[in-house]
Design a protein around this ligand. Structure first.
Ligand SMILES: Nc1ncnc2c1ncn2[C@@H]1O[C@H](COP(=O)(O)OP(=O)(O)OP(=O)(O)O)[C@@H](O)[C@H]1O
Ligand SMILES: [Mg+2]
Length: 256
């Protein structure tokens, strides 16, 4: 299986903080890959480097386009998005004045560069737009949020806001999805459904996922392979069972 993403020896420093310090990892096509590590270990920074929010101080990021790996570090977030990488944010980025449905139908700013509100109010929907709306309704049903379709964001609980952020990511067709803690604050059964859906998308639509998650009991049930970051370095990697029984990982989590 060929890789869709390769991170090669990436470093990112913030003053004296080595947020990433020589990290290499790869994501195979159709992979469902976990990225874990204690707080502050560099996980979100890695997403920011992959998606063009940060330029790495060292190393490179490569993404499969047609049959070739092309270098994408240094591209801006918009360009990375257009190449087929969608990410969600640890702290949801939603439009508070819009409804749940509107948030799903809107393309996040700085991504597609189109007028979003205009798209919402055009009279005749194209097939593509109708398909988009169907996708939104399906996602809402799947996550048990249909009754909130017309709610404003400020009327939602933190867990629903978090779920909506993940749904927003899943709305956009892409080759690779980077999800930053999709299950944070979400009830266990709903979090499991979320991961079940991700797995189904991977299988039915041959999509690829790299997922940051602190809820290891859920993540480990679904992923094929896991990378562990610690202090900006790769501490361990392997299949879930190998990683969870790695003494180095246990030590990093317990903080001895
Ligand atoms: N923009 C920034 N400016 C300065 N320091 C930063 C910045 N972004 C991240 N850091 C620092 O880099 C390190 C890694 O942070 P990062 O957010 O990547 O961790 P994380 O693994 O996502 O943590 P968490 O599990 O808490 O989300 C931390 O020490 C953090 O304080
Ligand atoms: Mg983070």
């Amino acid at each position: 299986m060929s890789n869709v993403l390769e991170v090669r020896d990436v470093a990112k420093y913030f003053g004296g903080v080595r947020a990433l310090d020589g990290v290499s990892l790869s994501v195979p096509e159709k992979g469902l890959i976990g990225l874990i590590g204690p707080n502050g270990s560099g996980k979100t920074t890695l997403f920011n480097v992959i998606t063009g929010f940060y330029v790495p101080d060292k190393g490179s990021v490569w993404f499969k386009e047609s049959e070739d790996m092309v270098r994408i570090d240094g591209l801006n977030p918009n360009e990375v998005f257009r190449r087929g990488i969608v990410r969600t944010f640890q702290i949801p980025r939603l439009f508070n004045s819009l409804t749940v449905l509107e948030n799903l139908l809107v393309t996040p700013p700085g991504q597609k560069g189109e007028s979003i509100t205009k798209a919402l109010f055009i009279k005749s929907w194209s097939d593509e737009e109708r398909e988009f709306a169907r996708r939104a309704i399906n996602l809402l049903r799947l996550f048990g949020m249909s009754r909130y379709v017309d709610s404003k964001i400020y009327e939602l609980s933190a867990a629903h806001i978090k779920m909506l952020e993940t749904m927003r990511g899943l709305m956009t067709p892409a080759k690779l999805y980077l999800l930053d803690e999709p299950a944070a604050g979400v009830d266990y059964p709903v979090a499991r459904e979320l991961f079940t859906y991700v797995r189904r998308l991977r299988e039915e639509q041959e999509l690829t996922f790299l997922i940051i998650e602190h809820r290891l009991e859920i993540l480990m049930e679904f992923v094929d392979y896991v990378y562990v970051l610690h202090n900006g370095k790769l501490l361990s990697e392997g299949r879930p069972q190998e990683v969870i029984s790695d003494p180095k990982v246990i030590e990093a989590y317990i903080g001895v």
